[in-house]
Design a protein around this ligand. Structure first.
Ligand SMILES: [Zn+2]
Length: 318
């Protein structure tokens, strides 16, 4: 079986959180030639012609319309930053971003090297070097949080970037705000030789995946797994165990991969959440992964759902 490992899990950059509050030290890093900055435009990281992250030197003309750089950390001693350049206007002949499930358009910045482009991270996550994918994920989540948290949730006044991008400070009431991570359970529900897959109404044709849902306030991971599966598919779950997790920066989820043992098989759909759900045998799932199933497309490479399904197919322990 080929590589169905998931993206964003292999972070090789030291977050070096102790450096964040030292504004003078951060400014010195940004003055060094070897420092690297990853621009993101409307949530899309710059990708090089060889499908690495499009790291630039500080002061590169592509960064001229950027906001405050956020400090990602140190990689082999080199300071890594990200910068939101959503203020940039692509040339008139560039494709407009396509709203919806997946934006397949790519935009080239005239000051970037030939073949470099802003691309949807979901489309390139499996091709990027692991460290670049993890840094791009952290950058995407952090910059999205800044874009949507310009005002204080306590008093409504504007807030300012603090701690090299890892907090926002309200000068009016003194509240400090920190970036959010939203826990989501994603569960491999099994019953003997069968696995439960479903599809949301908005998904591309033939896409099926594991069921998933947000953990609610006051809820354990195990309870969230049981509740989501009962709500969406009407299936009862007994034992639940944790398998692995994946940061999912669309915009700020943490996918908590679990396995749940079904204690009932009858499916009752919640049509708002799911358009279809079904039990697949290992043999049928093998056809899906091989691209030979008539109704179900292979899962998206790089997503934890694909990895959890592949492990079950190969009977690999977590
Ligand atoms: Zn405030």
């Amino acid at each position: 079986m080929d590589d169905w490992s998931f993206a964003f899990g292999a972070r090789q950059t030291d977050r070096a959180a102790e450096c964040r509050a030292d504004a003078g030290g951060i400014a010195q890093m940004l003055a060094r030639e070897q420092t690297r900055v990853l621009p993101l435009w409307n949530g899309k990281p710059l990708i090089s012609a060889t499908s690495t992250a499009g790291w630039l030197r500080p002061g590169d003309p592509v960064l001229s319309e950027g906001g405050a750089p956020v400090f990602l950390g140190l990689r082999d001693g080199v300071a890594m930053f990200a910068q939101d350049i959503s203020g940039w206007q692509p040339p008139a002949d560039a494709p407009l971003p396509a709203p919806g499930f997946f934006d397949a358009t790519e935009q080239h910045h005239p000051d970037a090297p030939e073949g470099w482009r802003f691309a949807e991270l979901r489309g390139v996550m499996a091709a990027l070097p692991a460290a670049d994918a993890a840094d791009a994920a952290a950058a995407r989540s952090l910059l999205a949080w800044h874009r949507s948290h310009g005002f204080c949730a306590s008093c409504g006044q504007p807030t300012a970037v603090g701690c090299a991008g890892w907090q926002r400070d309200c000068g009016a009431c003194g509240t400090t705000h920190f970036p959010r991570t939203d826990p989501v359970v994603i569960m491999r529900i099994v019953a003997g030789n069968r696995i439960l897959l479903g599809r949301s109404p908005a998904w591309p044709a033939r896409m099926y995946s594991l069921l998933a849902g947000f953990v609610e306030p006051g809820e354990t991971i195990e309870d969230a797994v049981r509740r989501e599966v009962a709500e969406e598919a009407g299936v009862a779950i007994g034992e639940v165990r944790y398998l692995a997790s994946q940061p999912w920066p669309f915009p700020s989820s943490l996918m908590i991969g679990c396995e749940g043992q079904a204690t009932s098989l009858a499916i009752t759909l919640d049509p708002v959440e799911l358009e279809d759900a079904l039990w697949l045998s290992r043999e049928d799932l093998a056809l899906v992964f091989a691209g030979h199933h008539p109704d179900i497309a292979p899962p998206r490479r790089g997503a934890i759902a694909a990895s959890l399904m592949a492990d079950w197919l190969a009977d690999r322990p977590a």
